[in-house]
Ligand binder design. Structure first.
Ligand code: 1PW
Length: 222
């Protein structure tokens, strides 16, 4: 075992949290507490990337706050069972007609479903970026890999202003070597293994999320 194991390290904590989202793979469901924890760990990574990533962190924080508000909502019996898992949230919000399919209602707290969908799309980006990074060779540029992953995924859901701001932030991304140092100081091989672990954990979560949203025709929620 390398120096970076033992739960002391940001990528590893994120990986553990995303793994904990799926305690029973047969259920094809996601535990929301672990999902939010995975994002909290991911935020630490984003915050290590420099000030230009601030607008990305801010957006993640605001989406997490919406989910936390739903999760913290007391429906009278003191429990919040509705927001324990992805499937329970979906069933709860659909049965109460809390999900806006047309993008017409502009007031009130946005639904958990449309909010988590934004985070889901962002995770598809992160998955592709980390996967590309793990397979890259020494001379490749992290900015280019990040931009390519973004163009293939999340960029489809963004307008030109966000796309341009994002592409500026990518230019300021630490180099591939610096990122590997962040993942595991002094041990590139271990850094690559940490990356592969993160990629596998995220993939399990995004595959299940995609299926649940697809089943309920919610992949395009406004
Ligand atoms: C280095 C790789 C990092 C991956 C972390 C993923 C974080 C992605 C957050 C992107 C935020 C861009 C700025 C905000 C855009 C919003 O308009 C957009 N939100 C997201 C998460 O895509 C759509 O949300 P909205 O406006 O429909 O509430």
């Amino acid at each position: 075992l390398g120096r970076c194991s033992g739960g002391d390290f940001l990528l590893e904590r994120m990986t553990s949290a995303f793994l904990a989202c799926v305690p029973f793979p047969g259920d094809q469901d996601i535990l929301l507490e672990s999902y939010v924890e995975g994002w909290a760990q991911l935020l630490k990574f984003l915050n290590a990337l420099g000030t230009l990533f601030g607008f990305i962190s801010d957006e993640v924080v605001s989406k997490m706050e919406i989910l936390q508000q739903h999760r913290g909502r007391d429906d009278g019996d003191g429990s919040h069972q509705e927001y324990v898992s992805l499937k329970s949230m979906v069933h709860h919000e659909l049965s109460r007609e809390m999900v806006d399919f047309k993008g017409t209602s502009r007031d009130g707290l946005p639904s958990g479903c449309r909010t988590l969908l934004r985070l889901h799309r962002a995770l598809l980006w992160l998955h592709l970026f980390l996967d590309k990074l793990g397979r890259s060779s020494e001379h490749e540029s992290s900015s280019t890999l990040c931009g390519e992953a973004y163009s293939l995924t999340l960029a489809h859901h963004h307008g030109w202003l966000v796309r341009n701001t994002a592409s500026l932030a990518f230019l300021a991304l630490p180099s591939r070597g610096r990122l590997f140092e962040l993942f595991c100081p002094g041990d590139t091989g271990q850094a690559v293994r940490e990356l592969q672990g993160a990629v596998a954990a995220i993939k399990q979560v995004t595959d299940i999320t995609e299926k649940v949203y697809e089943q309920h025709r919610m992949l395009d929620l406004p």
